[in-house]
Design a protein around this ligand. Structure first.
Ligand code: C2O
Ligand code: CU
Ligand code: CU
Length: 529
């Protein structure tokens, strides 16, 4: 039935689709059992220094002349690959030409609250949002995608997501494959409706598409030379977990993940990848006979994801590092432990997300231990904004930390019956950030929380303003403003309680030793520092 519908679809769109064809071997129709492959789409590379990203409804080319309606950044699915160096300035204007609110989140990037794409910054249809920040991250593949409250799953599934590659000096000396030998792979699943259009149908358990797309291409192939390639892989699914394998006895050389290069690289024959996770892998095709086809497969769904066609008589010399190592200083000695239970499909610690509620306050520049527990309905993918973390243990379930979970992470897979502990230190910005399940339907239903990173609340760091603030009198006295540095002076009561229902912004907050700051539920303290 499905094949028949696809045939009808091709006939109905072929006249219009003709000028858009970029496929060399499209034979006009799908036949049952057709194994035609289409060339892998590689999104354009752009600089973020003066970039406009327009989110709009349009169409995209899935391969073979198949056109799907989709929602894209700059008419590309996935969106253009942003490329920049650590230290560069980012200036991106988001234009929202969708019919619903949106905002971009720079997943994995260390940015302040105003640039992080918190859903409270979502802009209406027809509006724009200007991002300005400096790249603090080490070399890594990050990604950008929408983050409006309750609409993230629909917008990502319809096509809004793209890669953001950062380079740095540490990486440069390794001389890793680049140019035509460095390929981004955005893996995802999709469901096409009877007209061949990407069809989002939310379900509580998560949106599982019926077939894979790599870089937006159906059944893609990539011609490769007998050379070493670097693949920058992003799992851009809403909910699906892939278990990547290669055929022909080829293995992955795993060199990096979410937060950049790993302390040691290793050979892997299968790698688990869940929503939001990234991999940096080398594949050495030099010893593969010319004419061989190698498949990248997903062993979970038993899917073929990508066909590599080894297509060069001669072997391409490689002088780069085949087994890079990197320095990742381990976090240690947490002074706070927080436990987060992912409950049902919409709650963390029993509560659904509320945009204006701060759920806890983390301390700037202190190591904390966060423990993620699945309370059923997994898998859940624990994701933290504002910092990368280090996975220290997994107990229950798979009972181990895998090689691809070492180094710096920002998403970790928590299957049912698993408890995963991580260490995290927010040492770049104070401000408001999110922790959520990266199953986007779980996120949209409320499996998300706001937390505040509070800048040195217990340490005297000097007075930067003479605007002393009476901590005992928050609501009755002066309420600070965006230009105020709040100092809780010695001699005032030893606790600052920000009352429920209050909202305030200040530039920084400094308290004397021994002073505790408590943000009541439903109160809101935004520290801009
Ligand atoms: Cu990729 Cu808050 O998400
Ligand atoms: Cu994120
Ligand atoms: Cu979840």
């Amino acid at each position: 039935m499905k094949n028949l519908l696809l045939i009808l679809l091709i006939i109905s769109v072929s006249a219009e689709a003709q000028p858009l064809l970029r496929i060399d071997n499209f034979n006009g129709i799908y036949a049952p059992g057709d194994t035609t492959h289409y060339p892998l789409y590689i999104p354009a590379i752009v600089s973020p220094s003066a970039l406009t990203l327009t989110a709009a409804q349009g169409t995209s080319k899935l391969g073979g002349g198949n056109i799907s309606t989709s929602w894209t950044y700059n008419n590309s699915l996935p969106g253009p690959t942003i490329l920049a160096n650590r230290g560069d300035s980012v200036s991106v204007l988001l234009r929202n030409n969708l019919a619903q609110p949106s905002i971009i989140h720079w997943h994995g990037m260390l940015v302040n609250t105003e640039n992080d794409g918190h859903p409270k910054f979502a802009i209406a249809s027809g509006s724009s949002y200007q991002y300005n920040y400096r790249i603090k991250n080490r070399a890594a593949l990050n990604w950008y995608h929408p983050h409006p409250d309750g609409l993230t799953g629909e917008q990502v599934f319809n096509g809004l997501a793209g890669g953001f590659i950062i380079r740095d000096a540490e990486e440069a000396v390794l001389n890793l494959p680049s140019g035509n030998y460095e390929i981004p792979l955005v893996l995802r699943d999709a469901t096409l409706d009877n007209n061949g259009n990407i069809k989002y149908a939310a379900s509580g358990g998560g949106m599982f598409g019926r077939e894979p797309l790599v870089n937006g291409t159906l059944r893609p192939y990539l011609n490769v030379e007998r050379a070493v390639y670097r693949f920058r892989v992003l799992c851009g699914t809403n909910a699906r977990v892939f278990n990547l394998t290669l055929t022909e006895g080829i293995s992955f050389k795993l060199i990096g993940n979410d937060g950049g290069l790993l302390p040691i690289s290793s050979n892997q024959t299968q790698i688990t990848m869940s929503s939001g996770e990234r991999l940096d892998i080398l594949i050495d095709f030099r010893t593969v006979a010319n004419g061989t086809n190698i498949l990248m497969r997903d062993a979970n769904a038993d899917w073929e994801l990508l066909q590599f066609r080894v297509n060069s008589a001669s072997v391409i010399n490689y002088t780069g590092n085949l087994s890079p190592t990197s320095v990742v200083v381990p976090l240690a000695n947490p002074d706070t432990t927080r436990t987060f239970s992912f409950d049902a499909m919409s709650k963390i610690n029993g509560r659904e997300y509320e945009m204006d509620r701060i759920d806890w306050t983390a301390r700037f520049n202190h190591v904390e231990k966060w423990v993620f527990i699945s309370n059923g309905n997994g898998p859940h993918m624990a994701h933290v904004h504002g910092a990368s973390f280090q996975v220290i243990s997994r107990t229950g379930g798979r009972n181990q930390v895998f090689a691809w979970e070492t180094g710096w992470k920002d998403v970790v897979l928590v299957n049912d019956n698993e408890t995963v502990s991580v260490l995290v230190k927010f040492d770049e910005y104070a401000g408001e950030y999110l922790m959520h399940c990266h199953n986007l339907e779980h996120e949209d239903m409320g499996m998300m929380a706001n937390f505040l990173v509070v800048d040195h609340p217990f340490t005297w760091i000097g007075i930067t303003s003479t605007d002393w603030f009476n901590a005992s009198n928050w609501s009755g006295g002066k309420v600070p403003g965006a230009n105020d540095d709040v100092v809780i002076a010695a001699g005032y009561p030893n606790a600052l309680v920000i009352p429920a229902g209050t909202s305030a912004t200040c530039r920084s907050l400094v308290a004397n030793p021994g002073v505790t700051v408590t943000v009541s539920s439903n109160a809101h303290l935004n520290i801009l520092h």
